[in-house]
Structure formats: structure tokens, C-alpha cells
Write a protein that binds this ligand. Structure first.
Ligand code: HMG
Ligand code: MG
Length: 300
């Protein structure tokens, strides 16, 4: 298949990136400034917060403040995770225009992440999707562990396809396929996508690859070749906890953008501004950027 002319980048840094930060809670003003800076790079989709239990994910405890304090740019969608009705109601009160429910292809991961079975999670998502749609709020669906699970190991692509289909049929406008622990390799990514795209149209699918094993760019190229045109990525490769084996950030947005630019695929995003933003947030967190491209460009 020919490569796409354009790819939509969905920026994850402020949510997937910051949710795992160990150490002190990051100041709301830093999160807001990060999102505002990202809004100036040409990105059209930014995941900004997560309305989950602060006992489970303390770093996202200020989701409502973040969502109300950011400066919204026209043409930019600011999304948030909502695992249940409580989360959706809080997100709606904070003026969120797009939300996401998040499930997984693995029973064990679903239990660890959201404290229920896959079937219970789908039953929990149904009223979330219904209420969101009644309020003209778009709902994205995540499926985690699509290429492997930290608790169950191998995951059958048919199981990924089945959960993706359920979420799509329930009304999610797009299904984001998460290689949560970055264990995939290109052929595996293609096989997984082959199974899922038989159940959900490929133009309704996104790739959400963590870079734990350094395979994310290769895997992305493999799925772009198959027709994927939406990519989740995290500025400076933010994410992951240095003490948790298997947890690492999403592939760095700058690195994905450099590759897409080289392929002549348009995104509308400015690489220099993005790399500067990655440098800025990395210095706020007291480290160098996790993007090789940003480092090569002198952002350190
Ligand atoms: P639970 O304990 O089963 O829920 O957790 P519960 O309904 O029994 O409530 C327990 C307590 O949490 C109660 O408070 C609730 O009020 C509160 P208490 O009475 O004990 O004081 N609570 C909430 N508070 C704020 N906002 C809410 C909310 N819901 C309940 N929305 C629950 C179930 C889903 C809440 C919990 O398991 C949870 O918050 N999990 C979140 C896990 C998470 O955020 N993981 C990271 C995001 S997913 C991800 O990163 C993967 C992804 O990037 C894709 C990939 O890479 O694969 C998307
Ligand atoms: Mg993730």
C-alpha cells in the first residue's frame, strides 16, 4: 500500500508522559504551560489530562484545573481520559470536548489498570460513551497490551481485534492500539493490524507505541505502510518510571515527525518548536530530552 500523504499526530506528553512521573507532583502551571506550548507547534490533537482516581494516579489529580486553565487554541482538540461516569462528569464540568475510555486485550492488565474484567470494563464504558455522545463529546477508545502484556505475555491478535470491535461498535470514533510495554516488532505489528483491520476500518485506527525496546519507529513505519495515518506520540519521549521494569514513554513525537518529514508525509507540525518544547519540559523535570532528534538538533 502507498504511504499516506498526511498523518495526524496525537500528542500524549501531558497525559501518558506525565502520569508516570515519580517524585513530587508536577505543578499545575508547568502542565498548563506545556500544553500551551504544544498548542503553538501546529499539533491539532493534544491529550491534556486524565480524570481517574487520584489514589491510583496522583500525577493526574489536578485534571480539572489543567483543563480549565489552559489557553485553548482554535483548531486544537484537547482530550482527556475518563474511565467511568465519575470521570466523565468531572471532565464535562471542566469543559472537555473529547474524552477517551481505555480497555485492554489482556484480562490481567485490565484488572491491574482499572480493577475489573474486560467484560466489566465494556459494561462500564457503555454509559460513559452514551452520556458523552448525548453531550456531543467525541469518544476515543484505547486498547492496551496489543503486542504483549506484562502479566500474560503473548496476546492473541484475535483478542485485540475483538476488544477493538466492541469499542468501535459502542461508538468510539477511533481505536488507538497500545503497545503498552513496547515489546512489539514490525512483523508482529503488521500481523496484529491485519487482524484488527478485519474488524475495524483501518482509517479508524491509531498506533500508540511505547518505545521500551527501541522498536517503536520501526513498528510505526510497518503500520504506516499498511495504511495507519494516526500516530500517538509523546514530546521528548516523556513517560515511564525509571524504577518500573517495562514502563517507558511513548515514542518521542520529534522522532516520529523527523521520520514523517523524511518520508514527505505532512503533519502540519513544526519540528523546531516541538523540539524546543521538549527541551523546555525536560529541563523542568531535570533531565535531557528523550528524543534523539531533539538532541541531534542541539536541544539539550
Ligand atoms: P476502583 O477502586 O475500582 O473504583 O477503581 P471505585 O469506583 O470503587 O472507586 C474507588 C475510589 O476512587 C472512590 O473514592 C471513588 O470516588 C474514586 P473513595 O470513596 O475511596 O474516596 N474514583 C474516582 N475519583 C476521581 N475520578 C474518577 C474516579 N473513579 C473512582 N474517575 C478506577 C477504578 C478506574 C477509578 C481506577 O482503577 C483508576 O482510576 N484507574 C486508572 C488507571 C490509569 O489511569 N492508568 C493509566 C492510564 S491507561 C494507559 O496509560 C494506557 C494507554 O496509554 C494506552 C497504552 O499505552 O496501552 C491509554
Ligand atoms: Mg500509553
Amino acid at each position: 500500500m502507498a504511504l499516506p500523504n498526511t498523518v495526524r499526530l496525537f500528542e500524549m506528553g501531558a497525559r501518558d508522559g506525565l502520569q508516570n512521573e515519580s517524585g513530587p507532583i508536577i505543578d499545575t502551571r508547568i502542565k498548563v504551560e506545556l500544553i500551551n506550548r504544544l498548542s503553538d507547534t501546529g499539533l491539532s490533537h493534544i491529550e491534556a489530562a486524565s480524570f481517574v482516581s487520584p489514589k491510583w494516579v496522583p500525577q493526574m489529580g489536578d485534571a480539572a484545573a489543567v483543563m480549565t486553565e489552559i489557553t485553548r487554541q482554535p483548531g486544537v482538540t484537547y482530550a482527556a481520559l475518563t474511565p467511568n461516569l465519575k470521570g466523565l462528569e468531572a471532565a464535562m464540568a471542566a469543559g472537555v470536548e473529547e474524552v477517551a475510555v481505555f480497555g485492554a486485550a489482556s484480562e490481567a492488565f485490565t484488572q491491574k489498570n482499572i480493577n475489573c474484567s474486560i467484560q466489566e470494563s465494556l459494561a462500564r464504558f457503555a454509559p460513559v460513551i452514551e452520556l458523552a455522545q448525548a453531550n456531543h463529546i467525541r469518544v476515543r477508545g484505547y486498547v492496551s497490551t496489543v503486542m504483549g502484556c506484562p502479566y500474560e505475555g503473548e496476546i492473541d491478535p484475535a483478542q485485540v481485534a475483538a476488544v477493538s470491535r466492541e469499542l468501535f461498535d459502542m461508538g468510539c470514533y477511533e481505536i488507538s492500539l497500545g503497545d503498552t510495554i513496547g515489546v512489539g516488532t514490525p512483523l508482529k505489528a503488521k500481523r496484529m493490524l491485519e487482524a484488527v483491520s478485519q474488524q475495524v476500518p483501518i482509517e479508524k485506527l491509531a498506533a500508540h507505541f511505547h518505545d521500551t525496546y527501541g522498536q517503536a519507529l520501526a513498528n510505526l513505519y510497518a503500520v504506516i505502510e499498511e495504511g495507519i495515518a494516526v500516530i500517538d506520540a509523546s514530546v521528548a519521549g516523556l513517560g515511564g518510571c525509571p524504577y518500573a521494569k517495562g514502563a517507558s514513554g511513548n515514542v518521542a513525537t520529534e522522532d516520529v515527525l523527523y521520520m514523517l518529514n523524511g518520508l514527505g508525509i505532512k503533519t502540519g507540525v513544526d519540528l523546531t518548536k516541538l523540539a524546543q518544547t521538549g527541551h523546555w519540559i525536560s529541563s523542568q523535570l531535570g533531565r535531557t530530552s528523550g528524543s534523539k532528534v531533539a538532541l541531534a538538533m542541539g536541544c539539550h
